[in-house]
Design a protein around this ligand. Sequence first.
Ligand code: FES
Length: 71
Amino acid sequence: MIICSCNVLSDQDVRSAIKAGQTCSISQVYGCLGCSAKCGRCKRTIRRIMDEALCSVGAAPYNGRMQSSKS
Ligand code: FES
């Protein structure tokens, strides 16, 4: 499903970028996919996908900074 109409990014594109481990912020997701935020409407969805991906590996949800469940 397309989640960013400005850059024509799918949820799968975002998940792949996160899985590649090169993204610890929303802006890095765009960068990893060779684009940048334009209108910003998709940021909330990207954040949700990042939270889901991090929760699935046991890490704390994304809140603007990469966090680990380890302390
Ligand atoms: S919908 Fe993603 S930047 Fe506009």
